[in-house]
Design a protein around this ligand. Structure first.
Ligand code: MG
Length: 436
């Protein structure tokens, strides 16, 4: 069994994700790294239980642990840097339902583990741990408030926000509940917070998308606010509601923020599933687009490779290289606010992003048959010139594209098609289905 999925270790608590497993992961990490580790967790009912098990594992292998408590994932990134840690751990299942939890491990640069996952996996499965004698055990250093304070100060120092805005923040009862509203207040704004009770019980699904942010949208309208900001469960992501109380699509806000952060000649890093709206919009600014595999690790690594300052996924997960390499939903929201103050209202700016229609479908396919199926599709599309095959198959056409990509977790192959009109996108979808 593979322990790590696309975003660390994930599963249902006390079924896949048990304290026993967490302890072993802590011991494996403690055996692998050669320095201190920062450990934080989200607001789930199982998070403290798992965090304590991980910490026990780490100190049993002689590692000093900075226990930073209930914090957003990006605070872990800041803590790793600030305390000079060699790694970090976040106990979170991000936007998954409350019965889930997970373990995400970060390297000393604040980039999620990828190649290192295999090493951890082997240590866990072989029970191969470097347990230490009684006088060589690690220590726990409690740094909850200090970590949040440092993160807050770093954001405030790096964001220009002179005007006073009325902002509604939806924390989804997640890890940002007792943090994000205070950051925006200290930046000098009037803040109304909703779903800011970090109880582990969620009032809506945690992905900050259009369907889940209706309440935020209504609150922005009802209070005549200037902006709505939402986070997922661990606040590495952001969702935006504009001045009219309307949800701003992930790819539209991503195109706008990329044009704001980057300059002519820069490269913007995004993933294979991102809309061509982004390419078309950034062309105007002389910014090129490079695509990677799906996931924040791939984006962060490619940013380093090509020396890019900004990368993001069309899921509200953005990385600002000049700030930190861990995706930061609070900094992202603050950057949108800064862009609004300096460039103009989001409701006006968003009209400048070209419109394309995206449609998605999924075709049932057993996990064991996915490889074979993808090979046969690859053969059938071998005549196309512009094919990206790093994560599924993306074919770029003149004014449209399609992506055929096996799901990492479910028995499906997903198809995404985008074109100028819905009819054209549907025609393309028909063609894609014909390849199966
Ligand atoms: Mg998340």
């Amino acid at each position: 069994m593979k322990l790590f999925g696309t975003s660390g270790i994930r599963g249902i608590v006390n079924r896949e994700i048990t304290p026993h497993l967490a302890l072993k992961v802590g011991m494996a990490l403690g055996s692998y790294v050669d320095g201190s580790v920062a450990v934080g967790h989200d607001s789930r009912t199982s998070s403290i239980m798992l965090k304590n098990a991980i910490i026990s594992g780490l100190i049993s292998c002689g590692r000093d642990v900075y226990d930073i408590g209930l914090v957003p994932t990006p605070t872990t990134g800041i803590a790793i840097k600030n305390f000079g840690c060699k790694a970090g751990v976040t106990v979170t299942a991000s936007h998954n339902p409350p019965e889930y939890n997970g373990i995400k491990i970060w390297n000393k640069e604040g980039i999620a583990f990828s190649k290192e996952e295999k090493i951890i996996e082997e240590l866990v499965y072989n029970n191969n741990f470097k347990l230490q004698k009684w006088d060589k055990l690690g220590n726990i250093l409690y740094r909850h408030e200090e970590s949040l304070e440092i993160h807050k100060k770093e954001i405030i120092k790096n964001i220009e926000n002179k005007e006073k805005y009325k902002i509604v923040i939806d924390c989804g009862n997640g890890a940002a509940s007792l943090f994000s509203p205070y950051v925006f207040k200290e930046l000098g704004n009037d803040v109304i917070s909703i779903n800011a009770h970090p109880t582990g019980y969620f009032s809506h699904d945690l992905e900050p998308n259009r369907e889940n942010l209706k309440n935020l949208s209504d609150t922005v309208k009802a209070t005549d606010a200037d902006l709505g900001i939402a986070h997922d469960g661990d606040a590495d992501r952001v969702g935006i509601i504009d001045e009219n109380g309307e949800y701003v699509d992930y790819d539209v806000i991503l195109a706008l923020i990329a044009s704001y952060v980057l300059k002519e000649g820069d490269i913007f890093i995004t993933t294979v599933d991102a809309s061509m709206k982004i390419d078309r919009y950034l062309e105007k600014y002389g910014i090129s687009v490079k695509r990677t595999k799906v996931g924040d690790v791939a984006v962060a690594k490619e940013m380093k490779n090509v020396n890019s300052d900004f990368g993001g996924e069309p899921s509200g997960t953005w990385i600002f290289g000049e700030f930190q390499m861990t995706p930061d939903g609070i900094y992202s929201g603050a950057k949108v606010l800064e862009m609004k103050e300096k460039i103009g209202n989001i409701c006006t700016l968003k009209k400048e992003v070209p419109h394309y229609e995206i449609i998605r479908e999924k075709i049932p396919c057993e996990n064991s048959e996915k490889n074979e199926k993808m090979k046969s599709i690859a053969d059938k599309i071998s005549d196309y010139k512009d094919v990206i095959d790093i994560d599924g198959l993306r074919v770029n056409l003149k004014d449209s594209w399609f992506l055929i990509r096996p799901s990492g977790t479910e028995p499906y192959i997903r198809i995404t098609c985008e074109a100028k009109t819905k009819e054209k996108a549907e025609k393309l979808m028909g063609k894609c289905k014909g390849l199966f």
